[in-house]
Ligand binder design. Structure first.
Ligand SMILES: [Zn+2]
Length: 456
């Protein structure tokens, strides 16, 4: 097996050092890496000067669309996008067709991820049968399947019935899992009706005459669910927090010791509902783009630890579903290949966080929340070699037509953004080199399973 010596790269953007990777691990760091590189029979040396070394990013919120919507994305194309974006693990949301609400479907998605070999794929199980919000899916069977599902979500839909949400929390507690809630009160957003919410409710929606998606529809569900999580003593994760009020409620809950974690998307850290004035459906997303005040609260919440993780909510759609009238257009944006750049731009280059905190929110915390023992680990000898090399000085124009994802619906198209993933190592194997796809990891070699139990 090839060994890799990375010279002069900067872990977390700090002092430059050398790293020796072999057999899926970081074998040595510093002077010892150079010494032991002499013992290697098959050694490739990579010049890491000027590059930052970070743990491979872990996305808790990815839509891979397979099975059923292979016209939008496949596990193969989605994980190519993940690798290029610096993700060594993604969690595939359950709103495929059929819905991932049985052991059979989650095992299929898990197997497709192993076959592709670009990034680890962990299927998320649906909370309710068919995402219908009526009765619990086979959570235990999905947990006991070969996919070992621990994360359950009806994402795209809210588990709106409080009694059903309580039962879901009780069930996941018994199998050491957690529920990831898409917080959206269906009644307050007229969901499923002809007058369904189209954008953030506020000044811009009033001017444009589009039905509004009020902040309270998110905040009311989060408030209810943190109380339910406290009552049950179960773990709750809040998907794509989008409002200042939600940040306040989560801060309140954490101060009381409630076991809640929260994520924010790159797009909610940068974009506002002012963009909707263009009527370009590339800006249509659920939850919607909010106001500058919300963006600032989300950034502050991510910096101070109220918000735990970045989740991309990568949501590719076929062109015809996005390039149409606003009201008909699908909701969602791609995100895997731009996440690092957007977060660098919004959070690091603004001085709100450093690369250590970047590594926490993109890798360490998401891995802890799921319970991965081999992802989100420190850059140190003896640790698994899931890591990325990033050029923070590169500035590139976002060109969705050049993306590996099938989705062209990036709201960042045309923007000049900083940061480029130069290499992605998955279990010590370079799936990305020189900023381009290399070769996938052999499925015969296998990927490390979910071992150990690291908890937040
Ligand atoms: Zn969602």
């Amino acid at each position: 097996m090839t060994s890799y010596l990375i010279t002069g790269a900067q872990p977390y953007g700090e002092d430059a050092t050398d790293l020796l990777l072999r057999d899926g691990m970081i074998l040595a760091v510093g002077a010892e890496a150079v010494q032991r590189s002499a013992e290697q029979t098959d050694l490739t040396t990579l010049d890491g000067e000027g590059l930052i070394v970070l743990p491979g990013m872990v996305d808790l919120h990815t839509h891979l669309r397979e099975p059923g919507r292979e016209d939008a994305e496949t596990v193969e194309t989605g994980t190519r996008a993940a690798a290029l974006g610096g993700f060594t693990a993604v969690h595939a949301m359950a709103n495929s067709s059929p819905v991932a609400d049985t052991a059979g479907v989650v095992e299929q998605v898990h197997r497709l991820g192993l076959q592709a070999g670009w990034s680890e794929v962990y299927p998320v199980g649906a909370v309710t049968v068919g995402l219908k919000g009526e009765k619990l899916a086979e959570l235990g069977a999905m947990a006991e399947s070969s996919a070992q599902v621990r994360m359950f979500s009806d994402d795209g839909h809210c588990v709106a019935d409080p009694q059903l949400m309580r039962r879901a929390l009780e069930y996941v507690k018994s199998i050491d899992g957690f529920v990831a809630q898409h917080a959206q009160d269906p009644s307050l957003t007229a969901w499923g009706t002809a007058n369904a919410a189209q954008m953030n409710e506020g000044e811009v929606s009033a001017v444009l005459g589009l039905p509004g998606w009020p902040a309270v529809a998110e905040e009311a569900i989060i408030a209810r669910d943190v109380l339910l999580a406290q009552h049950v003593g179960a773990r709750l994760h809040i998907c794509h927090v989008s409002t200042a009020g939600s940040v306040e409620i989560i801060r309140w809950a954490k101060e009381r010791g409630i076991s809640v974690t929260a994520e924010v998307t790159p797009h909610h850290l940068l974009l506002t509902d002012e963009l909707v004035r263009s009527y370009d459906p590339v800006y249509k997303v659920n939850p919607p783009l909010r106001t500058q005040k919300d963006v600032e609260a989300l950034r502050a919440g991510l910096a101070d630890g109220t918000i735990d993780v970045i989740g991309t909510d990568h949501a590719p759609h076929p062109t015809q579903d996005k390039e149409c009238e606003w009201v008909q257009a699908a909701m969602g944006m791609t995100g895997l290949e731009t996440a690092l750049s957007v977060v660098q731009h919004a959070m690091v280059d603004t001085g709100l966080i450093g690369w250590r905190r970047f590594a926490e929110v993109t890798s360490q915390r998401p891995a802890q929340i799921y319970g991965h023992a081999h992802q989100g680990r420190p850059i140190a000898a003896g640790e698994p070699a899931n890591l990325i090399l990033v050029d923070p000085t590169a500035v590139r124009e976002v060109r969705p037509d050049a993306h590996a994802s099938k989705g062209r619906n990036s709201p960042f198209r045309g923007l000049q953004l900083p940061g480029q993933v130069r290499a992605t190592f998955l279990s010590g194997h370079p799936v990305v080199l020189d900023g381009a796809l290399a070769t996938p990891i052999s499925s015969q070699a296998g990927l490390p399973g979910r071992t150990g139990d690291s908890r937040p």
